[in-house]
Design a protein around this ligand. Structure first.
Ligand code: AKB
Length: 341
């Protein structure tokens, strides 16, 4: 008998690392992780880790031969700024990697006669608003509005949402016997902020970078204008969204892709909050017009009513609580103890 497991891809990334720590703390021992990089040393011996490429089909076949994969948290991705420098490589990881995993989950669902749950973090990057006037006219965007991404990463995420819906609803739609299909569920995240990791390769990174630089006592030149505004969320709420959506009964869900959000800040407001906790921080603005254009095309705020109504989504951390109780104390501790990972 194969052991029933939860598979986490992108396990060494910002969300993956935090999710594994939370699942372990909750006593979940049936975890298998996959990443091109090793796991952080503190968790490496608590979970079966497979180091390899998400696009390696033989690796996925090996996982299936050893384990009955019940839930997949597919977190592996190349983020928006990095993807602009290597668009084809991003497409390979973000789209081909996801397609391979969807095919694997689809086969598994048929084999065992029960849907594999496929949980997928999508992003605010799937939106593309043409200009700042339009951005001001649509201050809280819904799931179906402005789905015109401008980046390779945003396009990849939007297409993968559609692939997930296809494999859950329409796969083999012309066949006489409809197979058991996977159960795809996705949340569109705003910019995420973790107290423990600085993201790399994203375009919403100026928020977390500003905060981490201040905590380390380093100067920071913010790469967007002071008025640039997007929504953000603290990492514990991101984990809550993923696990709560996974736990929701299928019958409660009216969509497969939901917006979730927490608070919206301009870069100037973000700086003000950081200065409240780190009054000596040296934060200046040196906008990079190209990266700023990407941020300008993302919504100022999101409307997550559907998630609230269908599966009781509600962030635990508003802006004050995020900084006061989660970000600032943990970041201070992290840099004081030099516990970097
Ligand atoms: C990025 O900036 O690419 C990500 C995202 C908004 O999905 N943080």
């Amino acid at each position: 008998m194969r052991k029933k497991v939860t598979l986490i891809t992108g396990a060494s990334g910002e969300i993956g690392d935090a999710l594994i720590r939370q699942l372990l703390a909750e006593g979940n021992t049936n975890l298998v992780s996959l990443d091109i990089r090793p796991l952080a040393p503190e968790i490496a011996n608590q979970i079966t880790h497979i180091q390899g490429d998400i696009c390696d089909k033989s690796l996925l076949a090996r996982i299936i031969s050893e384990y009955e994969v019940d839930i997949i948290y597919h977190l592996a991705a190349l983020l928006s700024t990095r993807a602009e420098f290597t668009p084809e490589a991003a497409h390979k990881v973000n789209v081909e990697g996801t397609l391979g995993l969807l095919q694997m989950a689809s086969d598994q669902s048929q084999w065992r006669g029960k849907p594999v749950m496929f949980v997928f973090p999508s992003s605010i990057a799937i939106y593309g608003i043409p200009d700042l006037d339009t951005k001001a006219k649509y201050p809280r965007i819904r799931e179906w509005e402005w789905n015109y991404p401008r980046t390779m990463y945003g396009s990849n995420k939007l297409y993968c949402e559609m692939l997930g819906i296809y494999y859950s609803e329409y796969f083999r739609q012309l066949a006489a016997d409809r197979p058991v299909m996977l159960d795809f569920r996705s949340v569109r995240f705003p910019g995420l902020i973790s107290a423990y990791t600085v993201p790399s390769g994203g375009t919403s990174d100026y928020g977390p970078e500003m905060l981490h630089a201040a905590a380390k006592g380093e100067p920071y030149a913010c790469f967007v204008r002071e008025d640039s505004r997007i929504p953000f969320m603290a990492m514990p709420d991101a984990l809550k969204a993923l696990t709560k959506l996974a736990a929701a009964p299928r019958s409660a869900l009216s969509r497969r892709v939901y917006i979730v959000t927490s608070f919206s800040l301009s870069a100037a407001e973000f700086r003000q909050i950081v200065l409240k906790y780190f009054p000596d921080a040296k934060i200046t603005f040196a906008p990079d017009s190209k990266r700023n254009d990407i941020v300008d095309s993302w919504p100022a705020d999101l409307n997550d009513n559907d998630a609230r109504r269908d599966w009781g989504w509600m962030p635990d951390y508003d802006v004050d609580r995020s900084f006061e109780e989660y970000l600032v104390p943990n970041i201070k501790m992290r840099y004081q103890t030099k516990l970097y990972y």
